[in-house]
Design a protein around this ligand. Structure first.
Ligand code: GAP
Length: 444
């Protein structure tokens, strides 16, 4: 391993350790030894992830006139997955070691021997990634169904319901955030590849026209990229990668991935695909129900084409944490080894910490007043224990952008000192101005 690679590996270990220590992300069922490929979001993690989801919803759904939302079920009629191509085509080639019985993805190993024990491998067999479950007391093929492997199909099967109930006109999009499940053979890299995860997906319905599809495809690549910048990811950490023809999913006529420079390598964050009318026409065929859209303008009926921007919410959260993570080398005014999470204020779990300089002489009471007024508008935290420097460090480590200190002067001038996390600059402002100040900094 080169020094640079070892350093990056080490960064990932530090991020995982911070996530556990400060309550961002825990291994699922840890007291029982965990379960492969599932993670739990702790008190700070759930706030961070919710803020990312809320910003996604605001940018892509509520702020736009051409977008509406949906929350469809995780369990669907199994025919959905036959029509979508997932029963037949959603699989990875798998080989098994004849000696130790470990399984590997055939496309991820080099040579023809087991990477674990060197044993002989079986021929590659396709392994379907959908998680099966049963509805009702009998467990047989008649009651078998699946946990959805993507949220997208909930949108396609509701296409008619949505158009008829909302009277929205093409071009329009439907956005959905929700859980998806895949029986990944090789989950790994913390929350990057898991078996239970969340997706934020948009199906954008347009006229069935190749040139229009190309135009919307380019537009949505730009919008998704902008989303990552707006939640704080540096432009320089992102790259676009267009799929080769032989790499395209069964439904796609063109896909571009947005990739992020993770400490473990450059990997996919989101995909933008031209799904044409593949899904609507499959559902029309399998269900026997018309999925056609009536265009009032031209008086014609057609199956719309679809451009799909799809992203993993857990991957966005992990990318945000990796991009924000910073361990001081001791030359930036902080002590060597001190950790700061440079989270964008809009997605930081806690926006402001209220700290009395000391507990006595009425400062704690005054600080609690400030805390209560701030908390009514923003997620805030009150901390009176330990030295002020230690309290700043505890907040820097979880990405709190502002620390508000109540000191002796506050009792006389009704003002406080606000310290900004990244620059560590301090300014004095009136208590009555705190909420306006925070509003501008968080939403500006
Ligand atoms: N509807 C299209 C679709 O599902 P995908 O590329 O298979 O396309 C979309 O998944 C996004 O979902 C990916 O870009 C990734 O961010 C996220 N994702 C996929 N599999 C994942 C996994 N096992 N763990 C975490 N996120 C995953």
């Amino acid at each position: 391993m080169t020094n640079k690679m070892a350093e990056k590996d080490n960064t990932m270990e530090k991020i995982v350790s911070l996530c556990k220590r400060r309550g961002f992300i825990f291994q699922s069922s840890e007291i029982y030894g965990g379960v492969g490929g599932v993670y739990d979001y702790g008190p700070l993690g759930v706030e961070l992830k919710n803020n990312i989801k809320q910003y996604w919803w605001k940018k892509f759904v509520s702020d736009r006139e051409d977008m509406i939302g949906l929350d469809s079920g995780i369990i669907m009629n199994p025919k959905v997955w036959e029509a979508s191509g997932h029963v037949g085509g959603f699989s990875d080639p798998l080989v098994e070691c004849k000696a130790c019985n470990k399984r590997f993805r055939a496309d991820q190993i080099k040579g023809d021997k087991c990477p674990g024990c060197g044993g002989e491998l079986t021929e590659a067999k396709d392994f379907n990634l959908m998680l099966k479950t049963y509805l009702g007391p009998a467990e047989n093929t008649a009651t078998q169904t699946y946990m959805r492997p993507e949220t997208a199909q909930g949108i396609f099967v509701n296409f008619k319901n949505i158009v008829e109930s909302s009277r929205i006109k093409v071009p329009f999009g439907v956005g959905q955030i929700g859980k998806a499940f895949r029986n990944e053979i090789t989950p790994g890299n913390f929350t990057y590849r898991t078996r239970e995860f969340e997706q934020g997906e948009i199906e954008y319905f347009i006229k069935p026209d190749k040139a229009e599809s190309e135009k919307q495809y380019k537009y949505w690549i730009g919008e998704v990229k902008a989303f990552y910048s707006e939640i704080g990811i540096k432009e320089s950490s992102l790259t676009l990668r267009e799929h080769e023809k032989d790499e395209l999913s069964h439904y796609s006529n063109g896909t571009t991935d947005i990739e992020f420079d993770f400490p473990f390598g450059t990997s996919e964050l989101a995909g933008i695909a031209q799904r044409t009318d593949f899904d609507l026409s499959q559902h029309q065929q399998f269900s026997g129900k018309s999925m056609e859209y009536f265009d009032e303008e031209s008086g014609k009926k057609f199956l719309p084409f679809v451009v799909e921007p799809s992203m993993g919410i857990d991957r966005a959260t992990l990318a945000v944490l990796c991009d924000a993570f910073d361990e001081s080398d001791g030359t930036d005014g902080r002590e060597k080894g001190e950790i700061t999470l440079h989270l964008k204020p809009r997605i930081a779990p806690i926006k402001a910490a209220i700290l009395p300089l000391v507990k006595k002489d009425g400062l704690a009471e005054k600080a609690k007043e400030v805390y209560s007024a701030t908390k009514s508008c923003f997620p805030a935290y009150y901390d009176e224990s330990g030295s002020i420097g230690r309290r700043y460090r505890r907040q820097d480590e979880i990405g709190t952008p502002f620390c508000i200190t109540v000191d002796y002067d506050s009792l006389k001038d009704s003002a406080v000192t606000i310290r900004e996390r990244d620059s560590m600059k301090q300014e004095r402002i009136k208590i009555a101005e705190i909420n306006n100040y925070l509003f501008e900094k968080i939403n500006g």
